[in-house]
Ligand binder design. Structure first.
Ligand SMILES: Cc1cc2nc3c(=O)[nH]c(=O)nc-3n(C[C@H](O)[C@H](O)[C@H](O)COP(=O)(O)OP(=O)(O)OC[C@H]3O[C@@H](n4cnc5c(N)ncnc54)[C@H](O)[C@@H]3O)c2cc1C
Length: 547
């Protein structure tokens, strides 16, 4: 992997059996699967791995209870199977969550249909996940819900991956270990098509400005909501668009007085389903469904969406006393849903499919349409099967017998703490985010006090994690580290002062000069402000005027 400031090896003229365009969860999963099948694989990402839709989602690993309403039993079964697999194989990142479904008497969903749906959901999901559903959670929620309405509460289990960015980082390392070449900050300008067949891609390294042309036997367009753009630039005519983008926005709030401990699934002011979920020691509220075919990189929550989510929250918890002022940040992503102009966004299927471009005059190119975080690994297996490749290497996964997981984790934390000369809090934080790489990070931490320093005064995460992100996890910029590999900047207490502290502490051990440290800090702050939006002054003035 590359260190910031070092030159990346040119790719010009190289031949790859598979080029995967797009380093979101789907592209990384596909590259890993192809590399494991023994194919020379190149993965290119125009920004950073997981910087697109993947880090802008609600972060649930779920079957999608509401898809049952649309009769998508196959999708729900597939998602629940994948949820189970992730819970087993990535237990440090994916954990069970107790959900309370809260519906008032005005809901168009009857108690009977909900009970039937939940019965089916549990049956399809297999054995219980152990999310510790408690009567106390229900009682606590009842106390804070709007007392003027009659509520029905239903409890069920699902799973959450608080940091899909970390899951992607792990899969990326596994792809590289299996032989894949991975390049972030490298854009595919166009797919080269000759005589009805995709033959290669023209790359633009956004850091050096260099262009390289590589050849490929197969090209997988896994660019999520950008997929049609890649085809247009390459003059591949798909007849009609493959995708219809649907923006979804979220608010991140501090835990307000009475905020529920359980995740709550309910109906917004207009009857649409929304989530209120404990996340990263804060509260995540989402989401919306607004048709959006603009540049996905520029997706941001509108004032209307922020107000809608806030109003819906207050409709549910009238005592919450939160306003636009309290929003720590908001973010939005564009769902890459199959093009369905006549269907309401919430009714469009969430099932993925693989579009073969042979009939569009570009044989040997496949575009991924749709998909969910939850089903990315399965999608990758299907993609490799479509290419006629079978995985040669069995995945090497650390799995633990479920009953001993807590004890195992405690033992692991003690081991990391001793090996790295760091406190238990930091050791636990490292294990939770880095799983199997924790030992290597502890070894780096053991080398100096500067490596053991925390990234800012509020976090248990340490400089050695940032160094590992640069050296082993494909991070190239400070933003890659603080927003995705060690995503401390998503925390509630993060401020400009934290950014400065982190940049200085990381820069010292990385040997950055003053100019480089300042440039990294500035680029990071620009990206943070664009991704994690605060309500504007105008929004706040409008709210104050309406009060
Ligand atoms: C609001 C919202 C909530 C969601 N919630 C959930 C949830 O709770 N659970 C769940 O399972 N799923 C959820 N999803 C769905 C899930 O997030 C997406 O389906 C998934 O992240 C798509 O991954 P991807 O890899 O296909 O796309 P992306 O993550 O968008 O990755 C595509 C990548 O391609 C890159 N790219 C684009 N053009 C080029 C180019 N020319 N050259 C190189 N690279 C390029 C982009 O920079 C981007 O990083 C949600 C989605 C949204 C929007």
């Amino acid at each position: 992997m590359n260190l910031p400031g070092t030159t990346r090896r040119p790719l010009e003229g190289q031949h790859f059996q598979v080029v995967v365009i797009g380093g979101g969860i789907n592209g990384v999963a596909i590259a890993r699967e192809c590399a494991r099948a023994g194919r020379r694989t190149l993965l290119v990402e125009q920004h950073d791995f997981a910087a697109g839709t993947t880090s802008r989602s609600t972060r649930m690993m779920h079957g999608g209870l509401r898809y049952l309403e649309h009769g998508e039993i196959g999708l729900v079964r597939e998602s629940l199977r994948e949820r189970q697999r992730l819970l087993r194989e990535r237990s440090h990142l994916v954990h069970p969550v107790n959900f309370l479904l809260a519906l008032d008497s005005k809901s168009r969903r009857s108690a009977l249909s909900i009970r039937t749906g939940l019965w089916l959901y549990r049956r399809l999901g297999g054995k219980p996940l152990g999310a510790n559903a408690s009567q106390e959670d229900e009682r606590r929620l009842e106390r804070v819900l709007d007392s003027g309405r009659r509520w029905s509460l239903f409890s069920f289990e699902d799973a959450q991956c608080e940091f899909p960015e970390r899951l992607v980082a792990e899969w990326l390392m596994e792809a590289v270990a299996a032989g894949a070449v991975a390049r972030n900050h490298t854009q595919v300008l166009a797919v080269d098509v000759f005589h009805g067949r995709a033959k290669g891609v023209l790359l633009h390294d956004r850091l050096s400005g260099k262009e390289d042309r590589v050849e490929a036997s197969w090209i997988i367009n896994a660019t999520g909501p950008w997929a049609d753009r890649v085809c247009q630039r390459s003059r591949i005519n798909t007849g009609q668009p493959m995708l219809g983008g649907v923006r979804g926005s979220h608010l991140v709030l501090p835990r307000f007085a009475g905020a529920p401990d359980a995740a709550v699934y309910t109906e917004a002011t207009d009857g649409r389903p929304i989530f209120v979920i404990p996340w990263n020691d804060q509260v995540l509220v989402g989401t919306t469904e607004i048709p959006d075919n603009g540049d996905p990189a520029k997706a941001e929550p509108s004032t209307n969406e922020m107000e809608y989510l806030l109003r819906s929250l207050l409709h549910l918890f009238p005592g919450a006393r939160v306003s636009l002022h309290d929003i720590r940040y908001s973010f939005a992503g564009v769902r890459p849903l199959p093009f369905s102009p006549k269907t309401r966004p919430s009714d469009v299927s969430r099932k993925h499919y693989l579009h073969d471009h042979t009939s569009d005059g570009a044989a040997h190119m496949i575009s991924v349409v749709g998909g969910k975080l939850t089903t990315a690994a399965e999608l990758a297996r299907q993609c490799v099967a479509k290419l006629g490749l079978g995985s040669r290497t069995a995945p090497t996964l650390v799995t633990a017998p479920e009953e001993s997981l807590d004890a195992l984790l405690d033992g692991w934390v003690t081991e990391i703490s001793q090996a790295g000369g760091i406190g238990a809090g930091s050791a636990q934080a490292i294990v939770e985010w880095h799983g199997g790489r924790s030992k290597a990070i502890a070894s780096t931490a053991a080398t100096s006090a500067k490596m053991r320093a925390s990234l800012c005064p509020h976090t248990p995460h340490i400089v050695a994690e940032a160094v590992d992100a640069f050296t082993h996890q494909g991070a190239v910029t400070l933003a890659d580290v603080l927003l995705r590999r060690v995503p401390v900047a998503l925390g509630g207490c993060w401020s400009e002062a934290c950014s400065r502290d982190a940049a200085m502490r990381i820069g010292t051990v990385m040997g950055w000069n003053e100019h480089q440290a300042a440039a990294e800090l500035e680029a990071f702050e620009t990206e943070r402000a664009a991704f994690l939006r605060k309500p504007t002054r105008v929004d706040l003035m409008l709210e104050a005027a309406a009060d």
